[in-house]
Design a protein around this ligand. Structure first.
Ligand code: FAD
Length: 550
């Protein structure tokens, strides 16, 4: 039976979707949303573009107003009402109305916590200086816009090279600022494997963004000229008139902790598959909760809008007594900056290693988003991870232009249906010249991987390229080879290979590369059928360059 009075703390992604679903399931419930901010249901994901003036009107970020919730859904929304604590025994919340300072007790029959996550802001010396910003809310973005418009800063430092950091970098460049990104990891986009993030690094440098990788901020100082000095652990100092901290978020667990609800190993609220906490009357959703990674089985914090929305819906159904399960998260994410798209789903090699999972293969490919003969074809870089034992797809990452997000979405959906690489090679996808190829990038990834599992094209391990005793064979044309090659490789173009087999050793493995992997695969098939021990360097010289940047 539906709870009579459902109170939801936080009215944005998880909270708002929970409230709306609840109403669709139950016309009789009293539904109340409490949010300490001035807005509910606003587009957090659009905030960087409002700072960049790509989105010009603030009103575009406001997806639903309290009036709309009231009129359309019969849901009461109280903004600027902060929940201070939960009394689980009495089933009440202590709430402060921020404008008046008045405090009151709010009863509930069912409580949903969707308080989100706060930007991490370490207590670095000087972190409170004017001109240093974090971005979470509409007022945060408004403050940044006002700073840009009033102070006309020339230089900005973005601390953190993750998804939000890169979106901010692009938007600040769009506003005419010179941007330096300071990132503690040795790569931008830390969730990606390093060689895939390399394409992003190159694009940032091409577009004039300065990068300080493997370095961390230590302090901020007011500079004599009125700006800021960003000091780093390496001893470097960067001048800026504006700083954006984008070093990640921390789940808002204060209310849950104080109420004695379980907090998990990753510091998020622990919930079951119905998004319920250990208290049968309290549910929690969104950035504040830990989720099971569907691939590694580990508890993780995955602060993304899609999972928050789906969890809100699951919690609503569970409150209404429906049999529902949240199946966990695959961390499917996408980010665009400087005309580049980087997207991922499932595990990376990094996350597999971290989870202690081996027994996987990975293949690389660099297909165009559509047939080469149609104008505008551009290579994308795709990495597919799959299980050796049965070909189950474990994860994919892609970086490139048009079409990247579509390929990752297809693979993500297939993975959620427990697809193998054999399913990907058979996937029927739409095709016309301007959209793809009769053998789509997803099919190609499946075929390459399936060839490996069937033993038709063994993989040479890229990790051993610097130390191997294998004979390195490059089957590209001499002109391509002259521009750059793997050190020690011998060039025999594919077209000459059959005639020059005698030049190849029979007693050693032969590791074959071309530009992207296709000619090397043909070469491996020729060599194998002549009794030679050939292995393919997946992704060819394109992958070598990403693994060994200049
Ligand atoms: P939120 O949407 O953060 O909502 C939490 C609400 O709870 C807030 O309004 C807060 O005021 C309120 N609240 C907290 N504590 C209390 C309290 N004690 N009392 C009352 N109210 C309280 N995700 C993507 O998938 N793709 C993107 O492109 C993307 N871009 C992003 C860009 C930015 C700049 C940001 C900040 C986030 C982005 N995200 C993106 C993440 C996405 O916005 C979050 O995953 C999602 O909003 C989480 O939903 P939530 O309901 O858990 O929390």
């Amino acid at each position: 039976m539906a709870a009579k009075r459902v109170v939801i703390v936080g009215g944005v992604a998880g909270g708002a979707s929970c409230a709306a679903r609840l109403r669709r399931m139950d016309e009789t419930a009293e539904i109340l949303i409490l949010d300490r901010g001035p807005y509910v249901s606003f587009a957090n994901c659009g905030l960087p573009y409002y700072v960049g003036n790509v989105i010009q009107q603030e009103s575009k970020l406001l997806l639903a107003s309290p009036a709309l919730f009231r009129e359309r859904f019969n849901i009461e929304v109280r903004t600027r009402h902060e929940v201070l604590c939960i009394d689980r025994a009495a089933q009440t919340l202590q709430v402060r109305e921020q404008e008046s300072g008045r405090e009151y007790s709010q009863p509930y029959d069912a409580l949903v916590l969707s308080p989100g996550a706060a930007p991490i802001c370490p207590p670095w010396p000087g972190v409170d200086l004017p001109g240093i910003f974090t971005l979470r809310s509409v007022p945060d973005s408004r403050a940044m816009r006002a700073w840009i418009e009033d102070r006309k800063p020339r230089k900005a430092v973005v601390v953190g090279g993750g998804f939000i950091g890169l979106e901010m970098a692009e938007n600040l460049v769009h506003r005419g600022l010179e941007v330096t990104i300071v990132e503690m990891a040795a790569q931008v986009m830390p969730p990606l494997d390093a060689e895939m993030a390399e394409y992003a690094r190159q694009r940032l440098l091409e577009r004039g963004v300065k990068l300080a990788l493997s370095d961390a901020v230590s302090a901020f100082e007011a500079a004599p000229n009125g700006g800021l000095l960003v000091q780093t652990k390496s001893g470097a100092a960067y001048e800026a008139e504006m700083v954006v901290l984008a070093i990640g978020v921390r789940p808002e667990t204060g209310l849950a902790r104080a109420a004695g609800l379980e907090i998990g190993e990753r510091s998020g609220i622990r919930v079951n598959e119905q998004m319920r906490t250990a208290d049968p009357r309290i549910w929690a959703v969104g950035d504040a909760v830990e989720v099971r990674n569907r691939i590694t089985g580990q508890w993780e914090l995955i602060p993304l809008a899609g999972p928050a929305n789906r969890q809100g819906r699951v919690a609503a159904d569970a409150i209404c007594g429906r049999e529902v399960r949240f199946e966990g998260v695959q961390a499917t994410a996408v980010c665009g900056f400087f005309d580049l798209t980087a997207a991922m789903t499932g595990a990376t090699e990094k996350s597999l290693r971290h989870a202690g999972i081996d027994g996987y293969h990975c293949v690389y490919l660099h297909p165009a988003q559509h047939v080469g003969y149609y104008p505008g074809a551009q290579a994308m870089h795709l990495k597919l991870l799959f299980r050796k034992s049965d070909g189950r797809v474990l994860g994919a990452q892609a970086v490139g232009g048009e079409g990247v997000a579509r390929r990752i979405d297809v693979i993500s959906t297939a993975m959620q249906m427990k697809a193998t690489v054999y399913d990907l090679e058979e996937a029927e996808l739409c095709y016309a010249p301007q959209f793809g190829a009769a053998k789509d990038a997803v099919n190609m990834a499946g075929m390459i991987a399936a060839n490996v599992l069937r033993g038709d094209a063994e993989l040479a391990p890229w990790a051993e390229i610097g130390s191997t005793e294998a004979f390195l064979l490059d089957v590209r044309e001499p002109g391509e080879f002259a521009v750059g090659a793997i050190p020690g490789a011998v060039n025999i173009p594919l077209g000459q290979l059959r005639a020059r087999l005698g030049e190849l050793p029979r007693e050693r493995e032969i590791w074959v590369n071309c530009a992207v992997g296709q000619r090397a695969y043909y070469a491996c098939r020729i060599l194998a059928q002549h009794g030679l021990q050939a292995k393919n360097l997946s992704g060819g010289f394109g992958t070598y360059r990403a693994l060994h940047p200049l």
